[in-house]
Design a protein around this ligand. Sequence first.
Ligand code: NAD
Ligand code: UDP
Length: 318
Amino acid sequence: MSRAQRRRVLVAGGAGFLGSHLCRALLDDGCQVLCLDSFVTGRARNLAPLLDNPRFHLVRQDVTAPVLAEVDEIYNLACPASPRHYQSDPVHTTRTSVVGALNLLELARQQGARILQASTSEVYGDPEVHPQPESYHGRVNAIGPRACYDEGKRCAETLCYAYRHQYGVAVKIARIFNTYGPQMDADDGRVVSNFIVQALAGGPVTIYGDGRQTRSFCYVDDMVEALLALMASPDGFCGPVNLGNPDEISMLALARIVIGLTGSPAGIVHTHPAADDPARRRPDIALASGTLGWVPRTSLEDGLARTIDYFASLRTGQ
Ligand code: NAD
Ligand code: UDP
């Protein structure tokens, strides 16, 4: 592929869990990749295998400052995703979601670039409708501990639509549901990484509350495929579109599977429930399968086995 034909792609948040997988996939696809990250939750080790690639460039910058670059496509993944991290500095989380989206939409407008905004299932809050279709407007607590993230992402969606209507920017909104896999941060407090790390260490595995709350977990390779398909979709299609795996599971069942797959003697302990913790979550992915021709392919057992291998290799230093 000639230099002129190569897509120039900006990945904001590219040093994070999802972003680093996306950068690798874009490089595999022949793109020129500019990764912009403040490293607030991202890690250099996620990018280590990419640094020698001459088509990969890294800029350490906060997305809340104006961004200048010559690009054809923009993925905005810049935002801490784990409740522990996004709640630790709620003002900056809100600023990241809102001002960050504004800066990248402005760049998209100037460059005539397409932009994909990573939104979240959290826009549905603690839902009364189950599973959640895109038409459901959600039940978010505007002043709760999750609000900085939920409302920030809702406002980012609003900004995407405003830029589309006012300036004709080609926007794509991905409502991402819980995603897991290798390169998750062992310490960021998300349930899959917590359970695996705890089980590998011999336990106990900590469940917040009674463990009957549910989530639906998507393996990272499936999610990256969905993001690429959404970016490649026709200009007229902007979403929002749910991306996730509709297989729903309780946290108690998840804990038992992780303990079984690791072969750990770990027990289970129940602690206080997390504040404002959504009771159930499962995506309706009819829109994604109909318009993008995408469905997740990795079973929870296969994805967890690969993720367990990753965390086990960290323990043995491989
Ligand atoms: P992550 O925390 O691993 O990665 C986020 C990345 O963004 C990190 O590298 C971090 O350093 C960077 N970042 C954060 N704030 C920034 C700022 N102000 N300026 C520049 N960089 C900044 O999280 P992830 O799981 O990879 O999530 C990526 C995106 O996908 C996020 O926008 C998140 O909201 C969204 N999402 C993820 C999930 C999931 O289950 N992983 C679910 C829903 C939505
Ligand atoms: N959770 C848990 N133990 C943990 C971490 C999380 O029981 O060590 C629960 C948490 O209360 C929530 C679910 O697992 O009900 C998913 O939590 P996570 O932070 O991974 O994602 P989110 O709540 O943002 O969907």
